[in-house]
Design a protein around this ligand. Sequence first.
Ligand SMILES: [Zn+2]
Length: 345
Amino acid sequence: MIIDCHGHYTTAPAQHEHWRKQQIDAHSKGDAVPSRPAMTDQEIAATIRNGQLRMQRERGTDLTIFSPRAAGMGHHLGGAETSEAWASACNELIFRVCSLFPRNFIGVGMLPQSPGVSPKNCLAEMDRCVTAYGFVGFNLNPDPSGGYWTDPPLGDRFWYPIYEKLVELGTPAMIHVSHSCNPAFHTTGAHYLNGDTAAFMQFLTSTVFKDFPTLNIIIPHGGGAVPFHWGRFRGLAQGLNLPLLKELLLNNICFDTCIYHQPGQDLLAKVIPADNILFASEMIGAVPGVDPETGHNFDDTKRYIDALAIPEEDKAKIFEGNARRVFSRLSKQIAKQASMKGAAE
Ligand SMILES: [Zn+2]
């Protein structure tokens, strides 16, 4: 089985995003928020059949670990109650997709974060996502301010309620920023990669994994600048009299393969152990176009793994084994959803 651990519902029905706009407008005017729009199963199924499901089939992948649109999380918009209602709507929609296509999609939740608000307010939604929806992980935004980094770094105890809940539920977190409202940082070209790189360094200088030895963190987009600068990070850790990075961080951190060219993927596989790499494409996402140098879509990342000069057993870890380990609820959820009747057949 080929498991893509990083996909977002970027093709949700238009009324979903329209309601979000109404919600933000109402918040800014102090008006009541209109009730949520109706969406039929047929409408939802059509967006998936013509989108992510078609691409799974074309590209030869089997299952996408699926979460709400990351740039759309917009934790900086509105207040804490705005984020709660939006996260609830987005997660429910992911659950509906997973129920319609139980063999192709398993859910990951977004959190109702808000800048300056304790992430304790996310705990109830986390419980709901796992117990009611069968989700297997969460996206954690290290910068709910949208590019201004006004909250404490990830090593701060501010974040510990989230880590405690992740460990209790047996779910990993993918570190994932959202839309940038800082014009200095392009959302997907700078803010995403900055977020990945900053998060790694925040963990490096923290005691998070001493305090939560079983916590699993995924740093997406190939780890931002981290694998390319592995020597810098090793040297920084050494200068701080910290253990080797392998001991300090690689029991807890994995990187995904959302790197949209072969040389970058080759480098990741050369620098980072196969046990710490998870297959992902983030399709249909930030970089959906066709690479004129290869004739294939940039985000058709399975090709880059197929072409790696590494043992087949390492490829099997990247495609499937590591995801089943890091998402500790995944194998059970795959079995559970395999017995459900879906719209795909
Ligand atoms: Zn993403």
